[in-house]
Structure formats: structure tokens, C-alpha cells
Design a protein around this ligand. Structure first.
Ligand code: HEC
Length: 207
């Protein structure tokens, strides 16, 4: 028996390459020039009226650039289909409109928070192509606001395109291992010292 079995070394390389994936995809997609409305960003989402919470959710979804990967050039807003090339194959952004069959229409606010915070959907582990390692810093109030915004959009009945990945990246079973190594616990940045504007800037750029 050798001390460094081949499969272990291979697994390690695989996981290291997957770590680069989220960053590579983020760099590759999106036009970040769209102006954002800061007016809705003044108070905690929990204290907002439903209309203000939706406005805040719209602002946050723009700041986090969800559309870059979830709205395709020809498609309806957030109906998915965006092609995301990576060294591991092609990912397709998914339908996150409130359609019950193809989108997230059956999801609760809890499900939505878990997807953004832990990369876990009700039925599967998500690929880090969905940058949940970054969104982990989002507060519950902010994910609730984005959920409220997305859920009042028009449901779009467009089926998700299966990702076209090469082996072994096409196996979702490897994802809990990836998370074990790279998903660090991170409290919302707003909960630590420093001045509020500085904290806000750090939160918006990190998460
Ligand atoms: C860099 C590209 C990218 C960005 C930016 C991005 N996503 Fe995703 N997202 C993906 C991909 C790719 C998937 C599919 C992952 C999979 O199949 O495992 C996904 C999956 C999801 C899912 C699960 C959907 C399902 O059908 O299972 C939700 C919910 C979601 N994203 C919400 C968001 C929200 C909200 C934002 C903005 C805060 C966002 N995403 C930003 C790429 C992205």
C-alpha cells in the first residue's frame, strides 16, 4: 500500500481546479455598468413594507448581478439559459422566475436562503458556478428581499438546459466534498466593528 494513493492525488487536483471555477466564471460574465438605485438600501429589509422590500430586492439583485448568469440576451428576465463557459464544460444559468415547474415557484424563503448561503437546493447540491461562496455573506433580510422581488416577477415556463460538463465534474456527488474544503463559515459583515459606510462597502463588494 502506498502512502499517497493515486485516486487521492487526483481528487485533490479536481477539487483545486473546481475552486478556481467560481472566480473564472464571475470574471467572464456580466456587464457591471448598469446604474443601481441606492434609495431602497437604507434600512433593514424586515422593517420594510412589502413594496419597499421588493424595491430593495430589485436593488440587491442588481448589485449582486444575478441577471448576468440568469437572464439570457434573447430570454425573459431571470428565465435562465445563459451560457457559462468554463474549463470543466458549459454551465447554463437556471430559471429563477416563480414558475412552479421550471423555476423556483415551489421554493420557500428558507429554501432560497439555503441555496444562496450553502449552495444547497431542495433537491440537489449546487455547483459553485452559482457563486454561493460569495453570497454566503448575505444577511437573511437581504436574501428575503431578493426572494420577495423574484417571487412577484412573471413566471416563465422555460425548461432548464442541462449543463454540459466533462467527467468527473458532471457528478454532483463530489460537491459536498468541495464544500467541506472551501466553504468557510462567514457571518454577515454588518455584524462586525468599523464605521457603517465602510462595512456597507465591504459587504457589497464581497457578497
Ligand atoms: C456567475 C454566474 C451566476 C451568478 C452571478 C448567479 N448565479 Fe445563480 N446559478 C448559477 C448557475 C450556473 C446555477 C445552476 C447551478 C447548478 O445547477 O448546480 C445557479 C443556480 C441558482 C439557483 C438554484 C436554481 C435551481 O433551479 O436549482 C438559485 C435560486 C440562484 N441561482 C439564484 C441566484 C441569485 C438570487 C443570484 C444573485 C444574488 C444568482 N443566482 C447569481 C449561476 C449564477
Amino acid at each position: 500500500m502506498t502512502s499517497q494513493p493515486d485516486f487521492l492525488r487526483h481528487a485533490r487536483t479536481t477539487l483545486a481546479t473546481m475552486a478556481a471555477l467560481g472566480a473564472a466564471l464571475l470574471a467572464g460574465c456580466g456587464d457591471h455598468a448598469a446604474p443601481i438605485d441606492t434609495a431602497a438600501d437604507q434600512q433593514p429589509a424586515t422593517k420594510l413594507s412589502p413594496a419597499d422590500q421588493i424595491a430593495r430586492g430589485r436593488y440587491l439583485a442588481r448589485a449582486a448581478d444575478c441577471a448576468a448568469c440568469h437572464t439570457s440576451a434573447q430570454g425573459a428576465p431571470f428565465a435562465g439559459g445563459v451560457e457559462l463557459a468554463s474549463p470543466f464544460g458549459t454551465f447554463y444559468g437556471t430559471n429563477i422566475t416563480p414558475d412552479k415547474d421550471h423555476g423556483i415557484g415551489k421554493w420557500s424563503a428558507d429554501d432560497f436562503y439555503k441555496a444562496l448561503h450553502d449552495g444547497v437546493a431542495p433537491d440537489k447540491h449546487l455547483y459553485p458556478a452559482m457563486p454561493y461562496t460569495s453570497y454566503r455573506g448575505l444577511s437573511r433580510g437581504d436574501t428575503d428581499a431578493m426572494y420577495a422581488y423574484l417571487m412577484q416577477l412573471k413566471p416563465v415556463a422555460v425548461a432548464n438546459r442541462p449543463h454540459d460538463l466533462s467527467f468527473p465534474y458532471n457528478m454532483r456527488v463530489t460537491l459536498p466534498g468541495w464544500n467541506l474544503l472551501f466553504l468557510k463559515d462567514q457571518l454577515p459583515d454588518a455584524s462586525t466593528g468599523q464605521t457603517p459606510p465602510w462595512q456597507r462597502g465591504r459587504y457589497l463588494s464581497n457578497a
